[in-house]
Design a protein around this ligand. Structure first.
Ligand code: XUL
Ligand code: MN
Length: 344
């Protein structure tokens, strides 16, 4: 059965182009204007950070936060869009400079947990039960600064507090090995799934695999997906691409390594990803060079590349593939794949 894919991206994927060495190069686009772009670009799902939905949330009471989030839900309805997930943004506040859940300062840990509970309130108001955890600053710049055993337990305890707060939410951890920290405590899919076992309910902890993060960990994104699928834990994805080991580039899906992208689509197709409502999420930034009026092409292009690769997966000669595998003729298999991707 061919999957009818539903695509999502976050409002931060339409952005001003600032980098650590230079200022913004494009005007900020209002959230409401961005929402109007989703359908035109072929997307139905909106990914949120908590403060994408309620920008000034640290200045509001819990009730005010819920009221503002409910107003955003109404806007989604007006545009025929749905919220895919909400992620607590725990990496910008001064209290999270040295980590949120893993900060050495108990007051800062308390802030991180309270902020996460407000994130759940926003998710509920937006009618999604999925929370994504990018554990940005839950790591170290130097080994001696924190206790890694304590840190892992503290993340699990924070998850337990969130599970106690709301019986319906599920948490999809988005592992990333580095950046902004030198090392993070939950760098890979395997770490994230095992972390779930330290919580009170492992069945509520799953995975969001970002292609670039897997590549930065020196791993193949499609194998990471296979690992999560084997555990029935692949609850969402952040597809993009990455040119080697450098900063997290968030490039257009398939733009660096088409075969690596083909293999991601191939495993998603093979295991029916999307047939239980999982969305094909993108986390892609337009190049800084891209003029403002065409700074959404990275999103529609990535969607197009994904769908074209899905066709490539469906039209692959699987009989020839099986024969070559049986003969252990992997050189032959290599040529079969490359020729297929070249349209030969
Ligand atoms: C950071 C990253 C985040 C998460 C959501 O590298 O990928 O945008 O996807 O918090
Ligand atoms: Mn991401």
């Amino acid at each position: 059965m061919s999957t009818e894919y539903t695509f999502s991206f976050g409002p931060w994927n339409i952005h001003e182009g600032a980098d650590p060495f230079g200022p913004t190069v494009r005007e900020s686009i209002d959230f409401n204007v961005k929402l109007a772009e989703y359908k035109k670009l072929g997307f139905n799902g909106v990914q949120f950070h908590d403060d994408d939905a309620v920008p000034n949330m640290n200045d509001l009471t819990p009730d005010q936060i819920i009221t503002e989030a409910a107003a955003v839900k109404k806007k989604l309805d007006d545009h025929g869009l749905v919220a895919e997930f909400v992620a607590p943004r725990l990496w910008e506040d001064p209290r999270t400079i040295d980590g949120g859940y893993t900060s050495n300062d108990p007051a800062n840990r308390k802030y991180a947990i309270e902020r996460s509970l407000r994130c759940i309130d926003i998710a509920k108001a937006l009618k999604t039960n999925l929370i994504v955890f990018w554990l940005a600053r839950e790591g170290t710049y130097i080994r001696e600064a924190k206790d890694s055993c304590d840190a892992v337990k503290r993340i699990a305890e924070a998850i337990d507090t969130m599970f106690d707060y709301d019986p319906d939410i599920k948490i999809a951890i988005e592992p990333k090995p580095n950046e902004p920290m030198d090392h993070t405590y939950i760098p890979t899919t395997g770490h994230a799934i095992a972390l779930g076992m330290l919580t009170k309910d492992a069945s509520r902890v799953g995975i969001n695999i970002e292609s670039a993060h897997a590549i930065l960990a020196g791993l193949d994104p499609s194998d990471e997906m296979g690992y999560a699928l084997a555990h029935d834990k692949l609850w969402t994805v952040h597809l993009n691409d990455q040119n080697g080991l450098k900063f997290d580039q968030d490039k257009t899906f398939g733009s660096v390594d088409l075969r690596r992208a083909f293999n991601q689509v191939r495993i998603l197709e093979k295991y029916g990803y999307g047939q239980r409502g999982e969305m094909v999420g993108l986390d892609i930034k337009a190049m800084r060079t891209q003029p403002a009026d065409i700074a959404t092409k990275h999103l529609s292009n990535s969607r197009e590349i994904f769908l074209n690769l899905a066709e490539k997966v469906r039209s692959f000669d699987t009989a020839a593939e099986a024969q070559l595998i049986a003969a252990r003729d992997y050189e032959g298999l290599e040529l079969l794949v490359v020729n297929h991707l070249m349209g030969l």
